[in-house]
Design a protein around this ligand. Structure first.
Ligand code: PLP
Length: 393
């Protein structure tokens, strides 16, 4: 029956497991371990745990299992492994699938911590990493060779909102037998096209649109059952990156409202982009599916909306930009995104502070760049707030 459900129904009911009390709202199983009826049963379960047979919360838990089934089915994947954070998921997927001597091709415009794993950790263990301009289809074609084992990219880059031609990259990778791992945080689960374009694994920081209310850290690795219940589960269960059951429970409740929230936030992000477009205090307004984005056509061919984040570049460098940020009254200064509360981030001095200037220049992280995460306030209040703050810039 659940296979025939539409996606929104899956977000409310998918993966549900009821205890002997037949509760309506999913139960949170705050338990480290599970009791066996007999010593023989314990032995058998350690030999091979079946579906819904649990051993220890680091390996899995009924609340986690409900969340894994619900979100992975929604994203079109066979299975998922829930992790303690988005970075536990990115690290878990890469460490589980790679070994010394392997070759990885990745886009250069990556979230700082992802870049750290690729450039500093994987290379320490003898993995060869090639970084390319993700918007350049020819660069992907040149760098993905018969020696390539894995391709890693952000479908929409954080914070520069570069859009990658995902089907093109997946086709190139699959021609040489490489696995494609997509970090799908910015695209949002609601508008994700990772599976449709052929990505083998989709990693999502559920801290973002799944929680959506600024509370919990979480992540999920979705993919084919043989990889998720094979190398991915083995790596994460032994290294301690599994999701906390309480987080899984808050995520289950949050999934019920995720489509409503993300659709409203994405529509508001486009409205804000349109309202700010051409403003004389701004050099750039960028939102993937807005007409001023250089890759609007590609973005629209992949998804009807470009997520809940836009970027603007304030004229006059850091000083003018800080005057603008400090004048905001509704929108808060913080560093997360996808919260119900709208957030302004200055990547050059916060999330990307550590990057050398030369790398900031290559990625377009300028002193005037602001990442705006659009929340659930009335869009007209957000637009009024941005316009009055731009007057102060
Ligand atoms: C936020 C984010 C992460 C990390 O997620 P956490 O849940 O904070 O660990 C990874 N990749 C991208 C693209 C992100 O935006």
């Amino acid at each position: 029956m659940s296979e025939s459900w539409n996606k929104r129904t899956k977000l409310v009911h998918g993966g549900t497991r009821r205890s002997q009390y037949n509760e309506v709202s999913e139960a949170v199983f705050l338990t480290q371990g599970f009791v066996y009826d007999t010593a023989e049963q314990a032995e058998a379960r350690f030999e091979k745990a079946g579906q819904d047979e649990f051993i220890y919360a680091r390996y899995g838990n009924p609340t986690m299992a409900m969340f894994e089934d619900r979100i992975s089915d929604y994203l079109g994947y066979e299975d998922g492994f829930a992790c303690a954070s988005g970075m536990a998921a990115v690290n878990g997927a890469l460490m589980a699938l790679l070994k010394a001597g392997d070759h990885v091709v990745a886009s250069r415009a990556l979230f700082g911590s992802c870049l750290y794993i690729l450039e500093d950790i994987l290379t320490r263990f003898g993995v060869n990493v090639t970084l390319v301009d993700g918007t350049d289809n020819a660069a992907w074609a040149q760098s993905i060779t018969a020696k390539t084992d894995l391709v890693f990219l952000e479908s929409i880059s954080n914070p520069t909102l570069e859009v990658i031609d995902l089907k093109h990259v997946c086709d190139l990778a699959h021609e040489v037998g490489a696995i494609v791992v997509v970090d799908d945080a910015m695209a949002t689960p609601v508008y994700s096209y990772a599976k449709a374009c052929g990505a083998d694994i989709s990693v999502v920081s559920t801290t973002k649109h799944v929680d959506g209310q600024g509370r919990m850290l979480g992540g999920i690795i979705c993919g084919p059952k043989d990889l998720i219940r094979g190398p991915v589960e083995t790596y994460i269960k032994h290294t301690g990156g599994a999701m906390n059951p309480f987080t899984a429970w808050t995520h289950l409740k949050a999934l019920e409202t995720m489509e409503l929230r993300v659709r409203a936030q994405a529509a508001a992000a486009l409205d804000v982009a349109e309202a700010l477009s051409g403003h004389d205090k701004l050099n750039v307004v960028r939102y993937p599916t807005h007409k001023a984005h250089p890759q609007q056509e590609l973005a629209l061919s992949q998804a009807p909306a470009g997520g809940t984040v836009l970027t603007i570049e304030v004229k006059g460098g850091k000083e003018a930009c800080f005057r603008f940020l400090n004048a905001l009254q509704v929108i808060t200064i913080s560093n997360n995104f996808a919260d119900a509360k709208s957030i302004a981030t200055h990547p050059a001095t916060t999330t990307h502070q550590r990057l050398p200037q030369e790398q900031k220049d290559t990625l377009g992280i300028s002193p005037g760049l602001v990442r705006l995460s659009i929340g659930l306030e009335d869009p007209s209040d957000l637009i009024a707030d941005l316009l009055q703050a731009l007057d102060q810039a």
